[in-house]
Design a protein around this ligand. Structure first.
Ligand SMILES: Nc1ncnc2c1ncn2[C@@H]1O[C@H](COP(=O)(O)OP(=O)(O)O)[C@@H](O)[C@H]1O
Ligand SMILES: O=C(O)[C@@H](O)C(=O)COP(=O)(O)O
Length: 426
């Protein structure tokens, strides 16, 4: 029998976030890094496969190309339904990539309709009347308006998505969702008749997502944040379970690498620094000037790894990031910092780090690729949306790694993470 659900995630933290919710809902999940070569994968024994891409901020045509390759691989494993996972803050620009990738997947699957909802109430992401809230504020008033690569200034998802697609975008509003799966299906039918190709769906609670999950049973394609994963597995009879969350015992040094400049990560870094923990700050301007920042960071780490988790970060306030971007260009600064942090992460692993926290989706993508990791096994949850994972390094050693989405996690995330790993694996 083939897999039930084939998932395409547009970044690496998002992929573990989705895999975490599927595992907690009872599915056996394999998470793969990038698209495996065609013709491989016959040995995969799982209910769902999540392919982690780094396609959120690349040019739309490249995101479409790699997403279609992922789709084709997942279909070769017999996926019954496809799940396109994007950020719970709908990170995108008018050029894409959510709209173009969704349309390309619809065309390839030969389907005329899909849904879109980034709602993830456990992390404060709710959608009401098509407007996305981040905690108590609208998306466009949240820290996401300052995002370095995908600044989100419009909270109305019908218009945000509408600007990215040639298909008409409708709304399935909360009154319908509250009425249950039948009412949602009826609304989908009506929207289809009206010529809508996609609909943003309101959801303010997990119960809404459960109702929506039941309603989209049988749709070839769903698009969402990770929240919908709470409601989908029940369609195949899966029930919540902790069984899938066992990881082998951890060992080795501990480190944190953060290239996230999100509001939550800024708070977590400040909190960690306040505790007097060893930390090295990466200055992009010094990297651009040709200084050996990688070497300096690793020399610092070498002398502090015995004292506890070492933090290496480029996390800064929006003002400082803007200054750097003004000097180097936004995309160029992002790439430079990602590459630097990825090389530092590889060096840290070379120094014996085997428990690694990475903060930021783009950063995680760069780090995981640099480490040569090809698959992740999902373990216990630290905070909603953030599990510990186990990965095989190219030399066969096990690395415990967690990929923290920028805006996820409590203020003490960095210390909590290591405590959870010790508790859950002892
Ligand atoms: N100090 C900095 N100046 C400019 N860009 C930075 C800085 N630190 C990180 N970046 C870049 O900002 C982007 C952050 O994205 P990401 O890693 O997804 O985290 P988040 O979305 O949580 O901010 C990355 O491309 C990263 O390289
Ligand atoms: O859905 C989410 O919010 C996350 O899974 C996610 O994708 C966050 O991305 P980053 O903020 O870039 O880490």
């Amino acid at each position: 029998m083939g897999i039930r659900l084939g998932c395409i995630a547009d970044d690496f933290t998002g992929a573990t976030d989705l895999a975490n919710n599927l595992v907690r809902a009872g599915m056996r999940v394999v998470q793969l890094i990038d698209v495996p070569p065609s013709g491989t994968g016959r040995e995969v024994d799982a209910d769902a496969v999540v392919i982690a891409l780094k396609s959120r901020t690349v040019p739309a045509a490249d995101a479409v190309e790699v997403s279609l390759r992922a789709l084709s691989w997942l279909r070769s494993l017999g996926a019954e339904q496809v799940y396109f996972k994007y950020c719970s803050t709908f990170d995108s620009t008018p050029a894409g990539n959510i709209g173009p990738v969704t349309e390309a997947l619809m065309d390839a699957l030969g389907t005329d309709f899909t849904i879109a909802t980034p709602a993830f109430p456990d992390n404060g992401r709710t959608v009401f009347k098509g407007h996305l809230f981040v905690g108590d504020v609208l998306l466009g008033e949240s820290g996401m308006r300052h995002h370095p690569l995908t600044p989100m200034t419009d909270s109305n998802l019908v218009s945000v998505l509408g600007a990215q697609t040639t298909r008409a975008v409708g709304l399935i509003d909360h009154a319908v969702v509250a009425d249950g799966a039948e009412a949602i299906r009826a609304r989908i039918g009506a929207l289809r008749e009206d010529g809508c190709g996609m609909a943003v769906v309101d959801a303010v609670s997990n119960d809404d997502l459960v109702r929506l999950g039941a309603a989209v049973r049988g749709l070839p394609l769903v698009t969402a944040g990770s929240g919908l994963a709470i409601g989908l597995p029940a369609n195949w009879g899966f029930k919540p379970s902790r069984a899938a969350a066992q990881l082998p015992p951890p060992g080795g040094h501990r480190a944190i690498v953060s290239g996230s400049v999100s509001v939550a990560t800024n708070g977590q870094v400040l909190q960690y620094l306040g505790g007097g923990q060893p930390a090295y700050s990466v200055d992009p301007l010094r990297v651009a000037a040709g200084e050996d920042v990688v070497g300096q960071a690793l020399a610092f780490a070498e002398s502090h790894l015995d004292d506890g988790p070492v933090l290496v970060h480029s996390t800064e306030s929006p003002d400082t990031v803007r200054t750097v971007q003004g000097r180097l260009g936004a995309a160029e600064a992002g790439e430079l910092v990602e590459l630097t942090l990825a090389r530092i992460a590889r060096g840290l692993v070379g120094q014996g780090v085997r428990r690694l926290v990475v903060a930021g989706g783009e950063t995680s993508g760069a780090v995981v690729r640099e480490l040569g990791v090809t698959a992740l096994r999902i373990g216990p949850q630290i905070d909603p949306g953030v599990p510990w994972c186990a990965a095989a390094l190219p030399d066969g050693d096990t690395l415990h790694i967690t990929l923290k989405s920028g805006n996820f996690g409590g203020p003490d995330f960095f210390t909590d993470a290591f405590a959870v790993l010790d508790e859950e694996t002892s």
